[in-house]
Write a protein that binds this ligand. Structure first.
Ligand code: PMP
Length: 305
């Protein structure tokens, strides 16, 4: 998706002009893939842009860094403040927010211990990740021939840049085959997640979503959806799903910061009822929650100014 530039990017403590946020070709992370990042959305609210669950995203960034043994030079609170400043500097009512921490220029080789860590936060306008129709008409999914990372190979619970080689392989394979998105199974053959979304399946009145142990990222939207679904009176469990569980789902949706709540209309060419009533109710409440329109979820909306 093409990027629409904004004015400033936060880089190591200051806002600098968009075009000056450049790195050297020998930047360590460019070669070895060990950076950690986040994907966050700021939504238009009555009180200006509200960054949804900003602190939770920055906490996950810190946890990703901790898993990777990367010393972050800023606290979660400092990163929250920096993201707010960056969002406010764009003047946009809503935008996508991308913090990244990476090993910079100065060292080569696989020992990261002597490397310095650089941190940047960029914001730009970004529309519906799986297409404008995803919430209503749904997306076509395909089980990937690629497996999700194993916990002892590339920890899937860390949002590490290098992990997304696996996601990109699966995404491109699915697109080339005429599908919208891929579903990755773990090494035990159970459902993990999509290339950038967590999965929810409804069966016999119960919503089931695979946990971190399955190889899924601990999704912040997944957590939001579980809270909303329970508040709407639905039963929600974290649990294992086989591919056949997806084929006989009463309804299914995927969710993530970029994709929000996107209905699924088929898996491996087995049609599913779409959008189902649970998906519709949850997607509706989610759209209101992120815009600060639901009182009980107001604390999740962190205003940029
Ligand atoms: N799984 C993967 C692999 C992802 O990249 C994302 C997006 N960060 C998600 C799930 C959903 O996570 P979140 O709801 O926190 O955006």
């Amino acid at each position: 998706m093409p990027i629409t530039p904004t004015e400033k990017i936060w880089f190591n403590g200051e806002l600098i002009p968009w075009d000056q946020a450049q790195i050297h070709i020998l930047t360590h992370t460019l070669h070895y893939g060990m950076g950690v990042f986040e994907g966050i959305r700021a939504y238009e609210t009555e009180d200006g842009p509200g960054v949804f669950r900003l602190t939770d995203h920055m906490r996950r960034l810190a946890e990703s860094a901790q898993i990777m043994m990367m010393p972050l030079p800023y606290s979660v609170e400092e990163l929250v403040q920096a993201a707010k400043e960056t969002v406010a500097s764009t003047g946009l009512p809503s935008c996508y927010v991308r913090p990244i921490a990476y090993y910079g220029y100065g060292e080569m080789g696989l020992n990261t211990l002597p490397c310095s860590v650089d941190v940047a936060i960029a914001c730009w306008p970004w529309g519906a990740y799986l297409g404008d129709d995803a919430a209503t008409k749904g997306v076509r999914m395909k089980i990937s021939s690629w497996q999700r990372h194993d916990h002892n190979i590339m920890p899937p619970s860390s949002k590490t840049t290098g992990n997304y080689v696996n996601s990109s392989l699966a995404k491109v394979e699915a697109l080339k085959a005429g599908y919208d998105e891929a579903i990755l199974l773990n090494r035990a053959g159970m459902v993990a997640e999509c290339t950038g979304e967590n999965i929810f399946v409804s069966r016999k009145g119960k919503l089931i979503t695979p946990p971190v142990a399955s190889g899924a990222l601990e999704g912040i939207t997944q957590d939001t959806v579980m809270t909303i679904a329970r508040d709407l009176g639905f039963e929600v469990v974290l649990g294992d799903l086989s591919r056949a569980d997806l084929y006989v789902a009463d309804e299914m949706f995927v969710c993530g910061t970029a994709a929000e709540v996107s209905a699924v209309n088929s898996v491996d060419d087995r049609d599913l009822p779409c959008p189902g009533p649970m998906t519709t109710a949850i997607a509706h409440e989610y759209a209101k929650a992120v815009r600060g329109q639901v009182d009980r979820y107001k604390d999740w909306v962190e205003h940029a100014r």
